[in-house]
Write a protein that binds this ligand. Structure first.
Ligand code: FES
Length: 141
């Protein structure tokens, strides 16, 4: 056995690691520099920044695109990590906008993707990257 190794993904391009990097970066140029390291991923959804509410999210093309704080964007698959449901609602619960899967009522945090309540034990699946491009936000998988 030679163990050719198939784990060549840069730490900057890992899903969680990358999004944490974007959350820390406040300048668009810093985000762009990080994204350059992740070439080859395809755009799976895009939206106008103006359509994404601060403190909320929109659902488009099977992706939840959130703006937890002004100028900070995150994105997650609508495929529920619990049992194959589709996360299809963004609602305010106790003063916080959350993503909800109607199949078993799991609630997820829009800033981190983490489970807030419900049977799901796993967080929402993060996009590989979220890029600001002019007036738009592009999601890559
Ligand atoms: S499939 Fe989404 S909460 Fe069960």
């Amino acid at each position: 056995m030679t163990g050719t190794g198939s784990h060549n993904l840069s730490p900057l391009c890992s899903r969680r690691g990358f999004l944490k990097g974007v959350a820390i970066a406040t300048a668009a140029t810093a985000s762009g520099a990080l994204l350059a390291a992740c070439a080859g991923e395809s755009v799976v959804a895009e939206a106008s920044k103006a359509d994404i509410p601060v403190g909320g999210a929109i659902i488009i093309d099977k992706w939840i695109i959130a703006q937890p704080k002004k100028g900070e964007f995150t994105a997650y698959s609508t495929s529920c990590p619990h049992a194959g449901g589709t996360i299809d609602k963004i609602e305010e619960v106790n003063g916080q906008a959350v993503a909800i899967c109607p199949k078993h009522n799991s609630h997820f945090d829009l800033a981190t993707g983490d489970v807030l309540s419900g049977p799901s034990r796993d967080p929402m699946k993060s996009a590989s990257s979220v890029t600001e491009s002019g007036d738009k936000v592009e999601v890559k998988s």
